[in-house]
Ligand binder design. Structure first.
Ligand code: GLN
Length: 557
């Protein structure tokens, strides 16, 4: 029987130091040593999950196969580990309290007073220990927030207790801090790190490893100083440098010997990490034949994190085609009939991503029209597919006033509508949706099977007839209009196996025009770029003329 070991990662000084990326990179290195690894994020906010949070505040909502709406760090974890995660990999203060309060209402505590310690902390420990399985060698737990925040205290108290419960040799504490470089003084400063570690020790956690986020690697002298002041081994202080590309981080950590130190401290089998794949990836990322520019026309463009997985999937598509992918984020509210040609000029491909609500939708529909008529490679995802169907219905099939029930409940032709009854693949039962309820529990979430028509762009990409992709939406293509749209030239190349739900649409007579109701970006991986993104970038590359004749650009219409 294997005993799962735990690595707890906390952060100090300030947020956005890249704790998620550090956790994912350590996970990747341990996996490369042949260990089975899982990663969990504990978020201190009160929302039960990020599903209802604004993407411009919180960033993308990442969706797992089992339909959990999770923090975007889970996307990093999956991309670095290459294995699917689940509901168990993300908890929030809200979800922890929710289960404690549910138990309290049910009478499970037998009339006892329910308190933060032990009830909330026990619930947190339960969530962490749910990862301990025979098949898991190492579970990495990232505690969101910064040490010293009121919100993260119960989580820190829980992991402090776990060290006692599980034993020291099953737990490792890594603390990520900032080591700023003061240009005027010409030196790195360790004081913030010292304070942050002091704060951590005041709640009873003694870090085993200190990871210093810094612009340039910290010197041996500095490491010695940090080790002395923070009471850790001198060879347990590491740099987490700014890298040109996020996928370089595992190699940087490896070069400093971080995985080696972790393995020694946790008494993990002594093996060398096989980093062939990572080295090849970094080589491919930095050696390209040219570049393409893709326009992302959406409404959450002010925060790039809102399209994190999409961004990464496009980069992966670039890796597969040996091109650098430059992204141009366009606010769809700026796209109007008189601006569309200007705004979208110079793009080798156009992508309309997912989204909710009416704002900016007409700009997206105009964008689709531009891509369709000017024969620019087009990729529509979720709301992007819905906009493509609306555009096609209005401008090709002659369905004037076509719209989605989401934006125009009274529209003459609701080509996108809310299904009130459908088959929930996860619950394995028919569910009824309440039209008036727009919140929680009414979305089609998680992985669903999709059957692909042969002789289609989708089949060309996937090379198989049955695939599974992740969903997060309420509305669907209205089956009543399917025949009419098909007659006008729209291809339904992907359907649910029972034929009831439209999953993929395409247009013939176009270099590449494809919309999907699901989110393929959640399944893309740097080692295994998603086939739809790979092909989308391939046609963009062809359009740009990269690779055909060195450096020469094809003129575009
Ligand atoms: N708002 C649309 C729906 O709910 C699309 C959702 C999305 O793009 N994720 O169906």
């Amino acid at each position: 029987m294997r005993q799962t070991k735990f690595i707890f990662i906390t952060g100090g000084v300030l947020s956005s130091l890249g704790k998620g990326m550090a956790a994912a990179s350590i996970g990747a290195l341990l996996k490369a040593r042949g260990l089975s690894v899982t990663i969990q994020k504990l978020d201190p906010y009160i929302n039960v999950d990020p599903g209802t949070m604004n993407p411009t505040q919180h960033g993308e909502v990442f969706v797992t196969d089992d339909g959990a709406e999770t923090d975007l760090d889970l996307g990093h974890y999956e991309r670095y580990l290459g294995t699917p995660l689940s509901q168990r990999n993300n908890y929030t203060t809200g979800s922890i309290y929710h289960s404690v309060i549910t138990k309290e209402r049910r009478g499970d505590y037998l009339g006892g007073t329910v308190q933060v310690i032990p009830h909330i902390t026990d619930e947190i420990k339960l969530a962490i220990c749910s990862l301990a399985e025979n098949k898991t060698d190492v579970a990495i737990i990232e505690i969101g927030g910064t040490v010293g925040d009121i919100e993260s205290q119960p989580f820190l108290e829980a992991i402090r207790q776990l060290r006692g419960d599980l034993g020291r040799d099953r737990c490792l504490f890594i603390h990520l801090t900032l080591v700023p470089y003061l240009v005027k003084a010409g030196e790195h400063k360790t004081k913030p790190t010292q304070h942050s570690v002091k704060e951590l020790r005041s709640i009873g956690i003694h870090p085993d490893i200190i990871l210093c986020r810094c612009e340039t690697p910290v010197t041996q002298d500095l490491k010695r100083k940090i080790a002395l002041f923070c009471d850790v081994d001198e060879d347990a202080v590491f740099s987490s440098v700014d890298v040109e590309h996020v996928y370089m981080l595992p190699l940087e950590f490896y070069d400093e010997g971080l995985d080696q130190k972790v393995a020694i401290m946790l008494r993990l089998p002594a093996r060398n990490a096989d980093l062939t794949h990572w080295k090849r990836l970094v080589h491919d990322l930095t050696n390209h034949e040219g570049s393409v520019t893709i326009g992302i026309v959406g409404k959450y463009v002010e925060l790039k994190e809102a399209y994190k997985s999409l961004h990464e999937a496009l980069v992966h598509g670039g890796v597969a085609n040996r091109v650098q992918v430059n992204l141009k984020y366009v606010n769809s509210e700026d796209v109007a009939p008189e601006t569309v040609s200007d705004i979208l000029s110079g793009l080798d491909g156009i992508l309309v991503p997912g989204g909710f609500g009416e704002r900016g939708v007409e700009g997206k529909i105009l964008t689709v029209r531009h891509a369709r008529e000017k024969k620019i490679p087009f990729f529509g995802i979720c709301l992007g597919l819905q906009c493509a169907v609306i555009e096609f219905a209005r401008n090709v099939a002659g369905l004037e006033g076509a719209n989605s029930e989401e934006f125009a409940p009274e529209a003459a032709h609701k080509v996108i509508y809310l299904m009130t009854e459908w088959f929930d693949h996860h619950k394995n039962e028919k569910v009824t949706r309440n039209k008036d309820s727009n919140k929680g529990g009414t979305m089609r979430l998680g992985a669903y099977p999709c059957s692909i028509r042969e002789k289609s762009l989708a089949f060309q990409a996937y090379g198989k007839k049955m695939v599974s992709e992740r969903h997060r939406h309420r509305y669907e293509v209205n089956n009543q209009y399917r025949e009419q749209l098909a007659q006008a030239g729209l291809t339904f190349s992907g359907l649910s196996p029972d034929g009831e739900l439209v999953e993929i649409i395409e247009l013939a007579d176009h270099p590449w025009f494809l919309g999907c109701q699901f989110h393929p970006e959640f399944r893309s991986n740097p080692m295994n770029p998603h086939p739809l993104f790979r092909d989308f970038i391939a046609v963009a590359k062809k359009r740009r003329g990269v690779g055909a004749s060195e450096g020469k650009e094809k003129s575009k219409g």
